[in-house]
Design a protein around this ligand. Sequence first.
Ligand code: ZN
Length: 113
Amino acid sequence: MRRSQAVMRSEDHPGWEQQQRGLWEAVRMDPLRTCVACRVKAVRGELLRIVLREGRLEVDERAVLPGRGAWVHPTVDCLKLSVSRRIFARALKASGHLDASPLENRLEKLMDN
Ligand SMILES: [Zn+2]
């Protein structure tokens, strides 16, 4: 009968424990992001990433777009606050007018629900 992974002991498999610790470190090291609106810290998965592209604030749904990003809770309160106070311009160190229409659309959709 083969022993399952779950009962594998570290002395039988040097390096296994170290590997587990490495995974744990990776999770723990996932840096917390601060919501630009309410300034509460959260892990990436709970926040929406916003990037600046050609003067337009784009919602980076999968958090994959290059460039500087700002993070915000995908909630009516936080989106509203960040759009109305032009917080993203500051967070993204942008000057001039920023087109926030993608965010406004997002907000409208949220409020419809
Ligand atoms: Zn927030």
